[in-house]
Write a protein that binds this ligand. Structure first.
Ligand code: NAP
Length: 328
């Protein structure tokens, strides 16, 4: 069996829970420690997921010499400081999306990881999932011809409490960095991450963050992606990818477990089902472990260059809206 990799988790919120489940599912992963801002929460989380060590600060977790890699599961505003802390303590890092608040922060931590020769990757789970990879292969194989148009969305009606992470500008809330990044990922998988023209509109909420976004990305040869993201509305959250010979429908487009290909010449529809082995978070964790064992500093699936391109795009979209977080 492959060498076991020892994991730590920073943060004990919603996504930390999901990743803990995935790490406990993976035989070659050992979820060895959790760090919280409060010891009580760390202990509760540790008990829930049978984690041997619980720390009441992120610093103590980062200093634990037995940990190989730390998964960062904190709000966007905290990623930069948390990634730095881990790297400075010699730990590899799997960092949640959005990777940082802006490209400048992202460049700095990527540079630090390279200097320290440590693995660092953005945990954009969709990119690692079997159905997402199969649909990209279907496109590359030319099954639907030349792809020229994409529609994707991710819209949820979320908690309206002003203190809620996504409505709080101090935590870099808003739809774009949290859910908007998924339709942008779909566009990036299909057309790349460097559109020639970006035309957007956002509806800003009472707390000053974007709650509903319309993002149109234009590429060479008339290709375009029409994207929608919201945290105040439920959506169908289905993507459609249109080519000259057919189209692909992707239900649950931020974490697909199936997709349907329709080809025009024979009017045939085929659905491909690729369910998760666990909960969908196991693939990014497995990729990070493979990279660490192979001595890689970045992954080919989510390389630093792609993270930086996406951060640049997010910055340019926020510039169009004049959206700056209070601490920027
Ligand atoms: N890939 C996905 O499917 C997915 C889904 C949801 C979220 N995410 C990403 O995961 C990250 C966390 O999201 P979440 O939904 O898990 O958030 P959450 O439930 O609010 O949890 C965030 C955790 O971060 C810690 N934290 C550190 N500083 C904080 C601060 N100033 N305010 C509040 N909490 C703070 C807290 O843990 P302690 O108190 O224990 O320190 C908290 O439990 C974000 O980057 C988000 O975009 C990804």
């Amino acid at each position: 069996m492959a060498k076991t990799i020892n994991w730590g988790i920073i943060g004990t919120g919603w996504i930390a829970d999901k990743m803990a489940t995935a790490l406990n599912f993976l035989e070659d992963a050992n979820l060895a420690a959790v760090g919280s801002r409060t010891l009580e929460k760390a202990q509760r989380f540790a008990q829930q997921f049978q984690i041997p060590r619980a720390y009441g600060s992120y610093e103590e977790l980062a200093a634990d010499p037995d940990i190989d890699i730390i998964y960062i599961a904190t709000p966007h505003s905290e990623h930069y400081a948390n990634v730095k802390l881990c790297l400075e303590n010699g730990k590899h890092v799997l960092n949640e999306k959005a990777f940082c608040v802006n490209k400048k922060q992202a460049e700095e931590v990527i540079e630090l990881a390279r200097e320290k020769k440590l693995f660092l990757m953005e945990a954009l789970w969709t990119r690692f999932q079997p159905a997402a990879n199969a649909l990209v292969k279907t496109i590359r194989d030319g099954v639907i011809g030349d792809v020229h148009m994409l529609k994707a969305e991710l819209c949820f009606l979320l908690n309206r409490d002003k203190e809620f992470r996504l409505l709080n500008p101090n935590l870099a809330g808003g739809a774009l960095l949290d859910v908007g990044i998924y339709p942008i990922t779909m566009a990036s998988l299909v057309f790349g991450s460097r559109p020639q023209k970006v035309v957007t509109h956002a509806v800003m909420g009472e707390t000053g963050v974007d709650e509903r976004d319309c993002i149109n990305l234009f590429y060479e040869d008339g290709k375009f992606a029409s994207l929608v993201a919201a945290i105040d509305t439920e959506g169908s959250n289905t993507a459609y990818i249109y080519g000259t010979k057919g189209q692909i429908m992707v239900p649950q487009d931020w974490c697909p477990e199936s997709f349907t290909v329709k080809t025009y010449a024979d009017n045939k529809e085929t659905t491909y089902k690729l369910p998760f082995s666990c909960n969908g978070y196991e693939y990014e964790a497995a990729c990070a472990m493979d990279c660490i064992r192979e001595g890689k500093l970045e992954s080919e699936i989510m390389p630093h260059s792609t993270t930086l391109e996406i951060m640049e795009l997010l910055d340019s979209i926020r510039d169009q809206w004049g959206l700056r977080y209070p601490f920027e």
